[in-house]
Ligand binder design. Structure first.
Ligand code: GLN
Length: 237
């Protein structure tokens, strides 16, 4: 971690990108860190503010095409997020935020440059992908199945520089076959819901990446497990 063992979490552009409860990802991360006695400072950086490059975890959510294109332009011009990633920060990027981490994406029918921090690109789908999403996560990450809610028009195509986050077992994700992507400490997904409330093991993975730990002390996940069971059943598990 960057300074005196305080974990610093940045929520990127809440004024532009935060749909379907994505703000909950920051609350879950902060809560699960606090349950382990890890001091946390959480920052909400609006699109008219400079992006700090010294935080440990960056979160970015979903949004409509207009705010998505604006967010990408501002993040490219700012450069702070690129510096943070190059310095080894962990990232969770959801839906529009996930698409803009790639080389390019479509917004309002126009191809827009992305940040190029994940080797992928997104184009327009023929239909909108809306509903419950479920997938078996890359076994190398050692996590239980992914559950989420998706609502996107784009489809995402992965290059050789990233690995799929999951194999789709219900819903669409990237392209009906794979869902999300990861590389290094960057993890992208189409899962709203919010993703970390529905997948607390992903929250703990981000915390482990950020603090450089192989494991964390267990916490009571009774309520999270109940939510997961309900949503996995809704997806036809
Ligand atoms: N605008 C993007 C799309 O429709 C992302 C949508 C979202 O973030 N929910 O593909």
């Amino acid at each position: 971690m960057s300074s005196e063992s305080t974990l610093r979490i940045v929520w990127i552009y809440p004024d532009l990108l935060s749909t379907y409860g994505d703000r909950g990802n920051m609350l879950i991360l902060a809560r699960r860190a606090a349950m382990r006695g890890i001091p946390v400072e959480a920052y909400e950086i609006r699109s008219d503010q400079p992006m700090p490059s010294s935080a440990d975890i960056y979160l970015i959510g979903g949004g409509e095409d207009g705010p998505q294109a604006l967010a990408a332009q501002r993040l490219i011009a700012d450069g702070g997020l690129h510096r943070a990633v190059n310095q080894g920060a962990a990232v969770l990027a959801i839906c529009a935020g996930y698409q803009l981490f790639g080389h390019s994406f479509f917004a309002k029918g126009t191809k827009c440059p992305g940040l190029g921090l994940l080797d992928l690109h997104s184009d327009r789908g023929e239909t909108r992908a809306v509903g419950e999403l479920r997938g078996d996560i890359d076994p190398r990450l050692g996590l239980p199945p992914l559950t989420g809610f998706e609502n996107h028009g784009g489809r995402t195509h992965l290059g050789p520089g990233v690995s799929p986050l999951a194999r789709v077992t219900a819903g669409i994700g990237n392209d009906s076959q794979t869902e999300g992507a990861w590389h290094g400490k960057i993890l992208g997904s189409y899962s709203h819901g919010p993703a970390l409330a529905r997948n607390p093991a992903i929250a703990d993975l981000l915390l482990r990446w950020a603090i450089g730990a192989d494991s964390l002390s267990p916490v009571d996940d009774t309520w999270a497990d109940r939510l997961r069971g309900e949503r996995l059943a809704a997806a036809g598990a």
